[in-house]
Design a protein around this ligand. Structure first.
Ligand SMILES: CC(C)(COP(=O)(O)OP(=O)(O)OC[C@H]1O[C@@H](n2cnc3c(N)ncnc32)[C@H](O)[C@@H]1OP(=O)(O)O)[C@@H](O)C(=O)NCCC(=O)NCCS
Length: 144
């Protein structure tokens, strides 16, 4: 049976950062807003992660990555669904993300493209918003 997503432990952090770097995604650094993660570990280390930043009543879903060798097995969808479940539990109603080329991955999970200008102001203040390659990415908002 596939391992279920669980909360990221401090001891997972290095593996998560490696996964993000390999996927060419920004690695959260000290001084940036806190990023909470869920991960999947199938027994040999973390192979999938999804993170989020909370900005007041809004949140930014970010850092969704699956080890190349573990892709196309539903792990990406599983970590995003778990992140959504947790954000729902916290009453977050406004959830956005930015992606370069995974629009089709996020659409069936309930997201639709939005213009940059529609990104909530609190999320715009995030460093993720200003990172160049994210700045040129497509923004999406979760439909409720
Ligand atoms: C995007 C990513 C997380 C998908 O992970 P995955 O475990 O392979 O995805 P899943 O197996 O859960 O796929 C779920 C569905 O999305 C589709 N899909 C997966 N990656 C896709 C992509 N990049 N573009 C479009 N569709 C994609 C799958 O075909 C599958 O559809 P199906 O159910 O009809 O077969 C993974 O490819 C990745 O780490 N990419 C690099 C980092 C990235 O771009 N992250 C997103 C921005 S934060």
């Amino acid at each position: 049976m596939r391992a279920a997503p669980r909360s990221c432990k401090p001891s997972d952090r290095a593996a998560v950062e490696r996964l993000l770097a390999e996927a060419d995604l920004p690695v959260p650094v000290e001084g940036e807003p806190d990023v909470e993660f869920v991960v999947v570990d199938e027994g040999e280390g973390v192979v999938a992660c999804a993170g989020w930043e909370i900005h007041g009543e809004s949140a930014l879903l970010r850092s969704v990555a699956v080890d190349e060798r573990a892709r196309s097995r539903g792990l990406g969808r599983a970590v995003v669904k778990e992140a959504l479940r947790r954000l729902d539990g916290r009453g977050i109603r406004d959830l956005t993300l930015v992606t370069l080329d995974a629009e089709r991955f996020f659409e069936p999970l309930g997201f639709e493209p939005i213009p940059r200008e529609s990104v909530p102001p609190a999320v715009r203040a995030s460093p993720e918003f200003r990172i160049h390659h994210c700045a040129s990415g497509l923004w999406m908002r979760r439909l409720r």
